[in-house]
Design a protein around this ligand. Structure first.
Ligand code: G3P
Length: 220
């Protein structure tokens, strides 16, 4: 299972890369907007920091516009993945990019039927948004389960399931249990994965007991 970080904050990405847990990065127009920086500059910096795939999302909605923006992104760096919305034009562009050898992340997936279309259009990744489904009273992880089940019936589908809109460490564990290929998470969720109160308490107790011995592990 791969871990992508869902952010356009280069400082946070740089710090997380040092953990060794960043396999890639996903961005979207809202994340670029919150960085307050030009998209071209941000994407180039991210692509230099991370060797894995970096998703860059188009904002055009017409086919020609999506193709132009996607081809532009693809020239920025060799690890760019063009991110397109799950619309008829987005999927037409997906087919074309895929035929040209450009990897594509199909985003804004909220149903298994949509995920089926993305796989048939040759998507490299499908991004079901689990948190946003939870927000409207559905169970986002059920969608991941359905997509994993469907894709497993058709071994010729090469599309990887990229669980997106992850809001908690529990979401990460839930989708990992289903065998998703990738989870993309905000930096704070990656930090949360480390945490357990019993780890902190256990370490404090071990160190206190060790201190009492007066010993040191390394010879003086
Ligand atoms: O990048 C797509 C997705 O992960 C967005 O998540 O939290 O805005 O629903 P969120």
């Amino acid at each position: 299972m791969k871990f992508f970080v869902d952010t356009a904050d280069v400082t946070k990405i740089r710090a997380l890369v040092e953990t060794g847990f960043v396999d890639g990065v996903t961005t979207n127009p809202s994340l670029i907007a919150s960085s307050g920086r030009p998209i071209q500059e941000v994407l180039k910096e991210i692509c230099e920091l991370v060797t894995g795939p970096v998703s860059a999302e188009v904002t055009a909605t017409d086919l020609e516009g999506i193709l132009k923006e996607g081809r532009y992104f693809a020239k920025l760096a060799s690890n760019i993945v063009v991110k397109v919305p799950l619309t008829p034009n987005g999927l037409k562009a997906c087919r074309q990019f895929s035929d040209e050898g450009t990897p594509v992340n199909v985003t804004l997936c909220f149903s298994a039927g949509q995920a089926l279309l993305a796989a048939k259009a040759g998507a490299t990744y499908i991004s079901p948004f689990i948190g946003r489904l939870d927000d409207i009273g559905e169970t986002g992880s059920d969608l991941i389960h359905q997509i994993m089940e469907i894709y497993s019936q058709y071994p010729h589908f090469k599309t990887q399931v990229l669980a997106a809109s992850i809001r908690s460490a529990l979401h990460v564990v839930e989708v990992a249990r289903m065998g998703v290929h990738v989870a993309t998470m905000p930096p704070k969720i990656l930090h949360q994965l480390y945490q357990h109160p019993l780890t902190d308490k256990g370490l404090t107790d071990f160190l206190a007991d060790w201190e009492k011995t007066g010993q040191s592990i390394l010879p003086a």
